[in-house]
Design a protein around this ligand. Structure first.
Ligand SMILES: *[C@@H]1O[C@H](CO)[C@@H](O)[C@H](O)[C@H]1NC(C)=O
Ligand SMILES: *[C@@H]1O[C@H](CO)[C@@H](O)[C@H](O)[C@H]1NC(C)=O
Ligand SMILES: *[C@@H]1O[C@H](CO)[C@@H](O)[C@H](O)[C@H]1NC(C)=O
Ligand SMILES: *[C@@H]1O[C@H](CO)[C@@H](O)[C@H](O)[C@H]1NC(C)=O
Ligand SMILES: CC(=O)N[C@H]1CO[C@H](CO)[C@@H](O)[C@@H]1O
Length: 583
């Protein structure tokens, strides 16, 4: 099942919403029913091997230079590369890093290096900074060599043959090793993300294809031939124990079909959501406790888009929950709070250990049911003791074929976008229309709680933009003065030459006015976007056909809404959207 992740940062946003939730689709991990007959590919591209540091770059322990063994040095460089980052000051990060680093040390190193605070990585850090600076300064020719090498790898490894089509592979490069960061205050941050070797990789391809060759001297973990899955290679990463896949590029035929199906499923929900809602409302009154619990959980999924349940894969350290696994301690009930009645306060760790916090008024019957579910229970007891993820999912399937918690979100996001676009669109200039579009996208992101911390560079980039606006304004007053002078000139002389000069100056004023407006729209947009991540909903929840149809109807170039990667992903929709597409 694809799942979504609800999570939460703790910082201030709109006055009444103090904390908010971030969501994203998790990578898919299910078989998807599509079948190929022939699949041939070259396998993944591995991260380049570790290159030891030049002798002059030293690591110091307790003030003394110390030569590290290659494995220990490699892990030390991961830390050195992040030295300027806030992460390396966090206790959990340091603790996890140090523990994993020590595992890579020789016994001698282990007995010497006992305190991370005595380690001095600054020469290493300087060295990497200088290197990345040098890369930036590379000549055109040198950059060209890099580009050519990339292109060569893309041509060799970036495509596969699936049935009769040559398809682009999405992520054929395996991530290099490094330190795990995680989202939020992840308990595993700082741990060593190991190097993936051919021995870790399972290959999927067809029996009668040229099987990919592992790098010389190595072998694959396994080669399988399973035509029910669309991924080409997989491995298990060591931090969360989750399975990673190499799959086709989003622009591929199969991906496009799946994307299309996803939105078609959401459209089917639109047709029967009233029935589903009236059924779960009836079920709130059921004689059976298990049915009441199921109905309240479903209400939360519809209204709050919570994740359905907990898949126990985060390992022993993280205690994360979803809707079905909520415990008594995760909610508080307030018959009255501020101006509102029947308020439920949620506070729990969602996927990736990110806090979900929300206060919402619910219907009276839901509230009464929750009181009932809480009776005679301890804080660590399950809120829905008669419910689990499999029961809920089964019920969703019975309500509608293909229905999952995520479908509710896709449905709500897409229909909200459509409604917002209907309200917002005007006969404005193209930049103003794009501003309207982003506002609609933003309304959806708020609804889905896709908030983000303002980017670190936010103030700086706003300042830069403001400087540009100020400059443009000065230019504009200068141009207006010149126009005035030209007009006066023309009034005095009335000749052809001065008339032409007036025209030229008038055009200049117009041009600068347009540029100024563009900058101002950009500034508004950026300011409003400060704490909201539009990307997640745009890529995963919003039926692209709505956006494409809107662009066609209002004469907005599609490039203004979707960048190149996004246009590839949504090629299926761009090709087929009707002018009056209705979600
Ligand atoms: C770390 O080493 C550098 C020299 O490589 C030195 O300049 C710096 O003061 C040292 N930092 C600490 C905290 O000892
Ligand atoms: C979408 O979700 C919001 C927030 O829960 C809700 O108020 C709204 O009614 C939903 N819209 C639709 C069309 O389901
Ligand atoms: C969910 O509950 C049902 C019925 O109580 C039970 O048969 C099933 O094993 C449970 N599933 C899980 C994953 O706990
Ligand atoms: C397109 O936008 C996405 C964010 O939605 C970004 O991650 C990606 O790098 C962009 N691609 C290009 C080619 O600009
Ligand atoms: C990459 C990979 O292993 N994909 C699939 C190949 O086929 C097996 C067979 O059942 C699946 O379990 C794998 O996940």
């Amino acid at each position: 099942m694809r799942r979504f992740v609800s999570s939460m940062f703790s910082f201030r946003f709109f006055p009444r919403v103090l904390l908010f939730v971030v969501t994203r689709w998790e990578e898919e991990r299910s078989t998807d029913g599509s079948k190929w007959r022939f699949l041939e590919h070259k396998g993944p591209v591995f991260a380049p091997p570790y290159e030891p540091l030049p002798g002059k770059v030293k690591f110091y322990y307790d003030g003394k230079p110390m030569k590290l063994s290659a494995p220990a040095e490699e892990v030390a460089t991961f830390f050195a590369k992040m030295l300027d980052h806030e992460y390396t000051t966090k206790d959990i990060f340091r603790k996890n890093f140090f523990k994993d680093w020590r595992k890579e040390m020789t016994s001698e190193e282990k007995s010497t290096i006992t305190d991370l605070n005595k380690c001095n990585f600054s020469e290493m850090s300087e060295y990497f900074k200088a290197q990345s600076e040098a890369r930036k300064q590379m000549s055109k020719e040198e950059k060209q060599v890099d580009l050519q090498e990339n292109e060569r790898l893309l041509q060799e490894y970036g495509f596969c043959i699936m049935d009769n089509h040559k398809e682009r592979i999405g992520n054929f490069r395996i991530e290099p090793p490094g330190l795990f960061r995680g989202r939020g205050d992840h308990p595993k941050m700082g741990m060593l993300k190991r190097r993936i070797r051919p021995e870790d990789i399972i290959i999927n391809c067809s029996k009668d294809s040229k099987h990919p060759k592992p790098p010389p001297g190595t072998k694959w973990k396994e080669v399988r031939h399973d035509n029910k899955v669309t991924w080409l290679a997989s491995w298990t990463e060591n931090i969360q124990g989750s399975i990673k896949y190499i799959m086709l590029n989003p622009s591929s035929r199969i991906k496009g079909e799946k994307d299309w199906q996803k939105y078609e499923t959401a459209r089917r929900l639109k047709k029967c959501v009233d029935r589903i809602r009236s059924q779960y409302r009836d079920d709130w009154k059921s004689k059976e406790m298990r049915i009441r619990q199921r109905a309240v959980a479903l209400y939360f999924i519809d209204k709050l888009a919570l994740r359905a349940g907990n898949e126990k894969e985060e390992g022993e350290t993280a205690d994360t929950v979803g809707c079905c696994s909520l415990r008594v301690e995760h909610i508080k009930l307030y018959p009255k709070m501020d101006e509102q009645e029947y308020v439920v306060e949620f506070d729990f760790l969602g996927k990736d250990s990110i806090r979900y916090y929300n206060k919402i008024p619910v219907e009276k019957r839901v509230f009464k049911n929750l009181q009932l579910f809480l009776e005679n229970k301890q804080p660590e007891d399950d809120l829905f003791d008669r419910l689990n993820t499999s029961i809920l999912n089964k019920h969703l399937q019975e309500l509608m074929d293909g229905l999952t918690a995520k479908v509710f979100r896709t449905y709500n996001a897409s229909i909200t976008l459509q409604q917002q676009l209907k309200e917002l669109s005007s006969d404005d200039s193209v930049p103003a229309k794009i501003l309207s579009y982003n506002r609609a996208n933003r309304a959806v992101a708020i609804l889905c709680n896709h908030q983000r911390a303002p980017p670190k560079t936010f103030e700086k980039s706003m300042q830069n933009l403001q400087t540009k606006i100020d400059e443009k304004q000065n230019q504009l007053s200068a141009a207006r003065k010149q126009l005035k002078a030209a007009k006066a000139d023309h009034k005095a002389s009335h000749d052809e030459k001065s008339k032409k000069a007036v025209e030229v100056k008038r055009k200049a004023v117009q041009r600068i006015e347009e540029q100024l407006m563009k900058l101002q729209v950009q500034a508004t947009d950026r300011e409003e976007n400060k704490q909201i991540a539009l990307g997640t909903s745009k890529l995963n929840y919003l039926d692209p056909r709505i956006s494409v149809a809107w662009c066609k109807k209002y004469g907005v170039p599609i490039e203004k809404i979707y960048n190149k990667t996004q246009r590839e992903k949504f090629a299926w929709a761009i090709d087929m959207a009707e002018k009056d597409y209705e979600f």
